[in-house]
Structures are given as C-alpha cells and as structure tokens.
Design a protein around this ligand. Sequence first.
Ligand code: ADP
Ligand code: ZN
Length: 727
Amino acid sequence: MSGEADRAEDGGTVEVLIPLALDQAYSYAVPPGLVLAPGDVVQVPLGPRQTVGVVWERGAGRGGNLKAVTAKLDMPPLDGALMKLVDWVAWYTLAPKGSVLALALRRPPEDGPERPKLGVRLVGAPPARMTPARARAIAAAEGGLLIAKSALAEAASVSAAVIDALVDAGTFAVEPLPREAVAAMPDPDHAAPALSEDQAAAAAALVASVRAATYGVTLLEGVTGSGKTEVYFEAVAEAVRLGRQSLILMPEIALTAQFIDRFEARFGVRPGLWHSAVTGRRRERLQAAIASGEAKVVAGARSALFLPYRDLGLIVVDEEHEAAYKQEDGVAYHARDMAVVRGRIENAPVILTSATPSLETRVNAERGRYTHLKLPERFGGRTLPTLGLVDLRQDKPPRGRWISDTLAKAMTANLEAGEQSLLFLNRRGYAPLTLCRDCGHRFQCPNCSAWLVDHRFRRALVCHHCGHVERRPHECPQCHAQESLTACGPGVERLAEEVATLFPQARGIVLSSDFPGGTERLKTELMAVASGEFDIVIGTQLVAKGHNFPGMTLVGVVDADLGLTSGDPRAAERTFQVLRQVTGRAGRGEKPGRALLQTHDPAHPVLKALVSGDPERFYAAEIAAREAAGLPPFGRLAALIVSANNQPEAEAHARALARCAEAPEGVAVLGPAEAPLAVLRGRHRMRLIVKTERGVDLQAYLRGWLARCGKPKGSVRVAVDVDPQSF
Ligand code: ADP
Ligand code: ZN
C-alpha cells in the first residue's frame, strides 16, 4: 500500500489512469484541500467531459497549467496488488493499460439505496369469494412462511394477479424479503470426505502449501473421476480455517448447478459466484464482500481474476488446459497464466488441475518449476473406459449417414440395458456447408471468409464467426434451380435426425451452445441428463467438460479425425485433450464405460496414444516435437493481426511492418500472410508471426518494433496476441 511519500497534495500532481483504450496515465494537478494517494478513485476532466480514473502514481512536476482533479470519489481505493496486476497484464499483453484497468475497476455504485424484493406471507382469513386458483395459492403459502411472489406463483401455478387479489383481500401481507446472501461463511468441516490413500497424500501436500502461505504452483494431474475436485476442496477448506480467501477459476460453462451443489454439500453453503450472468446489485454486493474479506470462496470465470480480494490465500485453476481461459477480444490475456502472476503478486499458492494438462504446464512440472501431484486412478475402484477404434474405411456408414454399424450396435445394446450413450461431434448446427447440386454454388458469409452453417431448428443459415443470419432459400440464388440445395456433412442437429431414425424409442437431446434458452436452460438440461432423463445425448465440445453423468456408459466419437486435419501445430494437443476428456465421460458411475472412436486414420499417433491409455507416450512425443521446432514453451510466439476495411490497406500496412521488423538474433518474423480467417466481420486480415528463442524479451522487441513502424493510418488496426492459442 502507499506510504506517506506517495501522497500528493495541493501544488503537486498525480498521474491518473483512465479505464479507456489509452496506454498512459495523464497528469493532473491536485487542487487545494485534496490529498491523493495511488489507488484513489477520482473524477477528472477528459476533453469536454468528466470521467472516472485511478491515481496511478504521484506526479513529478508542479501543477502549473495542468487541468486539476475534479474530486476524489467515495469509493474504496484500488488495492496495490491489483494495480501491480494491471501493470503486469498490460506489459505482458501489450494491451493499453487503461483497457486492463477497465477489467479491474469497480463501477461507482448506482444511485439510491437498493430496493428490497418483496415477498408475501399468509396472515389473514381466506377471502369471501374463493376460486380454485386462490385456493391453490393459499395452500402453497400454508405455514406462514415469507415467500417471494414469483416463487409462490410458480409453486401454485397461478398468475401474479391472483396473489395481488389475495393481498387486497388481506389474506396475504406484503413484506420485504431478506437480502440473499452473496457470501455465506463456508464450514470447512461440514462434510469432509474420507479420502483414498492417493487423494490423502495429494491433499496433504496442497494443505501444506496453503499453510506455508507463499507463492508456488502445483499441478494436480489426475484422470477424469479421480477426485481432483474433492482434493482441492481440502486446500480450500484449509484456507477457510485460516480465515483467508480462495479463488476457484473455472471455464464459464463449468460453473453449473452441479458444481455448486457439490460445493454446498462439502461446505454447507454456496460459493460466491462470479460470471457473466451475475449482474447489477448482486455483482456490486459480491464485489464489496470480496473487498471486505467477508466472501471467503469465490468461484468464477476468468474475469474473477481482477476482483479486489482483501486477503487471497489460494488460487485454483480448474481444467487449466481449457482454451476458454484465453480471452480473444480486447485484452488478449490467458487467465491461467495471469492467475499464476496474481499468485506471485499476492504471495499465494496456485493449484492447476487437469486430466490432460497443457503442454506448457506439463513442461513446467517436468522441469521442476511446478510441483507435480498425480492421481493415477479413478476413485472407488472405478476403471477408465476402454477405448476402441472403428475403422471407417471398412465399417462405412451408407451415404448421408455417420453412425457405423459397430457404433449403432453398441448403442442398441446400451439402450436395451437402460444405460446412457453420448454421441460426440464437435460441429454445431445441421450441416457445415450448403451447396447447389446443379451449379455448385456455396453459401458463404458476406462478412467473413467462412461457409454459412445450416441450422434447421432455427431455419436459418448462420455464420459462426460474426453471427450473420439469413433464411435458407428454396431456390439456388445463382442458377435459380428448385430443390437443388444440399446439406453437406453432419452437424449435431443432423446427427440427431439419424439417431431418431435408428432409435425411434430412445429419448434423445442435442446439447450445444445453440441450445434454445441460453446457458441457464442448458445447465438445467445437463442436470436432467445427469439424473438419467435422456438415453442418448448428441453433443458438441460443450458436453465434454466437467460434467458427471453417472449413468453414461458409452461414448461414440463420430469423427475422431475432425480436429487433426487443421494446419495448427496445437491440433494434436487439442484433439488429444478433447477426446480424452469426452471419452472420460463414460463409466463414471457404478458401471464401467467404453468409448468407440470412428476414424479414417487408425494409425494416427494421437489416436494410438489414446487407445493405448498411455498419455505419457503422447506427451513425450509432442514435447519432443515442440522442442525440435522451437515452439512454445521452448520458444515464444506472438501474432500480429493487421486488419482494415479493404484488402490493399491491410496488406500494405502488414508489409510495412515486415519491412521495419529489424529482427535481431534469436527473433524470426514470419509473414505477412493471410490470417486463417482472411475476412472477419467485414475486416480484411493479414497476419505476422513472431517467433523467438526462450530467453528473448519478446515484449520489449514488439514494443520497439511497433513504435518504429509508426501508427497505422486510415481503417488499419494492429492487434497483438502474445502466446496465441492457434498459430
Ligand atoms: P475429477 O475432478 O478428478 O474428475 P471428481 O472430484 O469429480 O473427480 O470425483 C469424481 C466422483 O467421485 C465424484 O462424484 C466425487 O464425489 C467422487 N469422489 C471422489 N473422491 C471421493 C471420496 N474420497 N469420497 C467420496 N466420493 C468421492
Ligand atoms: Zn460472418
């Protein structure tokens, strides 16, 4: 925190960082009567308007003719650790510091006190005139408990008007509901499980790291179902015992009711939840509880990294290999890596968990930079699923079908045994491409270099990159042939049709991010699947993650080759991770599971490593290949995406950048070439790749380069992506 020496008062100046896409703090004079210290939230003039900013440091000069700070706002100052994190993230990602500050700055509270939500209570006699609806509402309110109006309406299946009428009649009284707690105190000993020997050893090491209260990273690697969650809960429990705060970072979609229920079963209360659907006052209150230290455990998506913890004693990054941790828009940060940075700043231990760690993390563990804990077996004597390959060259489904005989037979057997199956296909929609059989016309996005995906349920053709939607026409827009449009290839919706034909008696459900009703409905359906309400789940990558479906005993991977054919050097790692994850959905309950992977290339090393059940083989080969190629983590990478409204401008600037690259020893600049999506949202994109040796100061090189080359003109923008996830 700031000391006396950092204070600035009348006659002095301060550097104020404004949460906009500005790289530098601006100098302001301190007006008479104000004393300002770093972290203080202030109001300052910016051009013609007033804006909020944070005092970043004391200024060197005298006030002179600078504009003055307007006021110090009545808000808690930004914590020193958070300021360091903002500085660090901005330095590392090359994002404007103000944009990073925007991730961390609390909004000023909304005006006026929070209006409490209202509930009703049964207090008086029934009204003279009774109706069946009124009777139901009264029956549901029996016992005189205070109930939210909406909850009562739902429980009694009556409209709000029925309840209002009963209030008017004096049968119900209206009272404010108590505020829902955002941060109840977890009980570390509420229901501690009996751990297996392996689990207990891992938990003891993690608990020790929490007690040591110093920075250090531990990789907790364990096969799916080995109890990683139970084990890191022990570390969280220890932090709670010590009165310190824990942050559990998760991919957004993993923050399901299932996780919350498990947390509640273990600790007796729900964790503080932080994700995009938490808004308004609840968000404000949680932030305040985090800043005061009252919220002991926060489970959140990546933005939870920038919350103002008062006393962070532990950070857990669940499923650390997840690509969802990388923010692609705006500040391009990787939440796992920044979690490690925050751990270092806070001097707190960091736990990374995964069944299939990223190569970066594996290498850090192997080289001793991270502690490596392993849970080699599933809990409770459960076995990992047996994996088999289906060679599609021999067992070829008929035209327009994607489920082989072998897979269909296995599904039939499962259905007869009353067990659940999962068909995995990482393709949303009905078909990835639509073309005209007569003239060959293909439907392309007008804004992107991408095909439009057929979504039958929505009756539309959709671009998965920019969201462009158009109606699927009846005739070909080019040759005007009727009935000539053909869907090419399968998406999950089309697969669902095939399932309905093959297994008309089965209860099937398609789960993808297109699920009508959004994430919340989706979470409900995931619970329904877990409780056995469906026989066959047809899903994208979404179902691969973090869910426990106890009745699921068969996983069919419809196209195991799908991820392997891209030119991306990370393709093998990604495919290995997702296939191991999704096949790991099978056999997590009482009964053992198995998985069948359909492929045209059964000799592929990734598939062989999966089937052999020996991930070490995969990691060893992949790590050796990366090392030989000087790719991360053995070398460093950054991508520069140059975009413009038209192709010539984008290309001209990309070429100009390449000309002033002046790459020193140990740095190679590749390109420019068309970016993988050459046109995105109407912007033409060129890409340069910077590849350096490990010891090179990549950020310093990039800064120098961009400064040398001058600001882009016209519609040209340059986006820097340090550690790009695909390259
Ligand atoms: P992972 O996170 O490694 O996939 P989980 O922590 O989800 O594993 O554990 C898998 C299942 O086994 C869960 O249902 C969990 O409750 C159960 N489980 C794991 N360890 C124990 C234990 N020691 N006692 C009771 N149940 C356990
Ligand atoms: Zn598009």
